[in-house]
Design a binder for this molecule. Structure first.
Ligand code: ATP
Ligand code: MG
Length: 434
C-alpha cells in the first residue's frame, strides 16, 4: 500500500537538451547538473534520480514552488513537466491519460494530441497502439475533448520507461549547459543593462562567474554599488551564486582626468578596468574575462577602441553580446528579471567621468603611450588590495554573506548594504534596494 506521503508526492520529469549531444562526457555534465540541482533544493527533502538520460525529481507539495523556481533557472535543463507515474500495464496507462486529460479539460482545453514513446519494447502496445488506445480512452471519458493532430490546444505525452509516465503542460527550461562545466570567467559587471545579460549568457554556456564592479565613491552614490550587488544577486540565482568584487577606481579616474587628453578618458579607464580585472582573475585562477560590449553600441565599443582596451590584458575577453542589438539585449534582461534593476537611475563611475567628445577610433599604440604615461599600476594595485567581496545569490545554506578588505581608509570599499536576501525578483520589477 503506498503511504500518504507517496500520494501527496509530486514527480517532475526533466529533459536535458544539449547535454544529450555530449558523447563520452555526458556523465560528467549530468553529474554537475545533479549537483547544482541538489544544492538549490537542499533542505526541501526533494529526491533526484536519473535513469537512461532522464532526470526525475520527487518532492512534497510544500517544496514544489522552490523546485519549479530552480528548474526554470538552472542552465542545462531544456524542459520539465509534472508527471503522473504508474504501473506499466495498458489499463494503468489509459487511466493516467484520462486523468491528465481531465486536468487539461479543467483548464479549458478542448482539443488534444497524444504522443507516445516506448523505450521498453516489452510493453504490449507499440507507440501507435498507445496513441490510438489513449486517445480513444480520453474521448470516451470526456466526450467534449476532440483530437486535433495539427493544432492541438493541449499535448499529452506518454513515456513507457522503467515505469509509465504521462504528462502535459511541459515547461521550457533555459537549455544550455550546467554551470560549472565550462570553467570560470571574471565578469566586468557594471550597473547597466548589458553586462548582466552577458553574464547570464555565459552562465548558460556552463561558465561559472566571479564579478568585478568598479565604482567611484565618493563621486558616485553608494546606491550604485548596491545596484551592482543586486544584479549579482540576480545572476547568482542562475548558478550556485557569484562572488562580486567591488573596487574603488576613483583615484584612477581622477588621475586620468587630470593628466590625460579628455577625449581619451573613457578608453583609458576601460584599459585600467581590463588590467584590474585581469589582476583579480589571475589571483583566483580564472582564465578569461567577460564583458557586455556590443560592437559600435557606444564610442568605446568601436572595433578600434575594443582593440585599445583588449591590449591591456593577455586573457581572452569573451563578449557574448558583440553581435546583438539593444532591443534583443533588453528582451533578455527583462526575461531574467534584471532590467528593472539595471535602469534604476544611480550612475556608475563611467558616466560621471565621460568626456563630451570621446575618441571614436583610437589607435592602440597611441592609447598605450597615454596609458603608460599615467603610471597607473600602483593605484590599481592599491585599489585591488582594498577591494570588498560579497557572495551573491548563493543557495541559502551554502554561503553566508561575507565581506573582506573593507576599511574606513578606503571609502569605495565601504560594504554596501545588501538587497534583501532570498527575495525573489519577479521579472520586470526592481529588486528591493536598501
Ligand atoms: P552595460 O554595458 O553593462 O549596460 P554600460 O552601458 O554602462 O553598462 P558600457 O559603456 O556599455 O557600460 O561598457 C561596456 C562594458 O564594460 C560593460 O558591459 C562592462 O562589461 C564593462 N564595464 C563598464 N563599466 C564598468 C564598471 N563600472 N565596472 C565593471 N565593468 C564595467
Ligand atoms: Mg553597454
Amino acid at each position: 500500500m503506498p503511504d500518504q506521503r507517496e500520494h501527496a508526492e509530486q514527480t517532475y520529469l526533466l529533459k536535458l537538451g544539449e547535454l544529450t549531444l555530449k558523447g563520452g562526457n555526458r556523465r560528467e555534465f549530468e553529474r554537475v547538473l545533479k549537483h547544482n540541482l541538489a544544492a538549490r533544493l537542499r533542505g526541501t527533502g526533494a529526491r533526484i534520480t536519473s535513469t537512461n538520460g532522464r532526470f526525475y525529481v520527487r518532492c512534497g507539495p510544500e517544496a514544489s514552488s522552490q523546485l519549479e523556481a530552480a528548474l526554470s533557472r538552472l542552465p542545462g535543463i531544456a524542459g520539465w513537466a509534472k508527471t503522473r507515474m504508474g504501473e506499466k500495464t495498458p489499463e494503468a496507462v489509459l487511466a493516467l491519460c484520462v486523468e491528465t486529460a481531465r486536468d487539461l479539460y479543467c483548464r479549458g482545453v478542448r482539443t488534444f494530441k497524444l504522443e507516445a514513446r516506448r523505450t521498453d519494447k516489452g510493453f504490449p502496445l507499440d507507440s501507435y497502439g498507445i496513441r490510438c488506445a489513449g486517445g480513444g480512452a480520453v474521448q470516451k471519458a470526456l466526450p467534449e475533448m476532440r483530437v486535433d493532430v495539427q493544432h492541438p490546444q493541449g499535448l499529452i505525452t506518454v513515456e513507457i520507461r522503467e515505469k509509465a509516465y504521462v504528462y502535459a503542460l511541459e515547461q521550457k527550461g533555459l537549455r544550455g549547459l550546467p554551470v560549472g562545466t565550462a570553467g570560470r570567467g571574471m565578469l566586468l559587471l557594471s550597473g547597466g543593462i548589458d553586462s548582466p545579460v552577458a553574464g547570464y549568457m555565459m552562465l548558460c554556456r556552463g561558465m561559472a562567474l566571479d564579478g568585478v564592479y568598479f565604482h567611484a565613491y565618493p563621486y558616485t552614490a553608494s546606491e550604485a554599488q548596491a545596484k551592482a550587488l543586486a544584479l549579482a544577486e540576480i545572476l547568482g540565482r542562475y548558478a550556485l551564486g557569484m562572488r562580486l568584487y567591488t573596487v574603488n577606481s576613483a583615484p584612477i579616474q581622477l588621475r586620468i582626468k587630470e593628466q590625460a587628453p579628455p577625449a581619451w578618458a573613457t578608453i583609458l579607464l576601460r584599459m585600467a578596468m581590463m588590467e584590474g580585472a585581469e589582476m583579480l582573475a589571475r589571483r583566483r585562477g580564472i582564465k578569461c574575462l567577460v564583458t557586455g560590449e556590443s560592437l559600435s553600441q557606444v564610442a568605446s565599443q568601436t572595433i578600434e577602441n575594443i582593440a585599445c582596451t583588449q591590449s591591456r590584458t593577455g586573457l581572452p575577453v569573451l563578449r557574448p553580446l558583440i553581435g546583438m542589438d539593444k532591443e534583443g539585449i533588453i528582451r533578455i534582461a527583462k526575461s531574467i528579471g534584471a532590467y528593472a534593476t539595471s535602469i534604476l537611475p544611480y550612475q556608475d563611475c563611467c558616466i560621471l567621468f565621460s568626456p563630451p567628445h570621446p575618441v571614436l577610433r583610437g589607435n592602440p599604440q597611441e592609447a598605450g603611450e597615454y596609458y603608460e604615461r599615467l603610471a597607473l599600476r600602483d593605484l590599481l594595485e592599491e585599489a585591488i588590495a582594498c577591494r570588498s567581496m560579497e557572495k551573491c545569490g548563493f543557495p541559502q545554506e551554502a554561503g553566508k554573506p561575507r565581506s573582506r578588505g573593507a576599511g574606513p581608509a578606503s571609502p569605495g570599499a565601504l560594504p554596501p548594504q545588501r538587497p534583501r536576501r532570498g527575495a525573489e525578483a519577479p521579472p520586470d520589477r526592481p529588486i528591493t534596494l536598501p
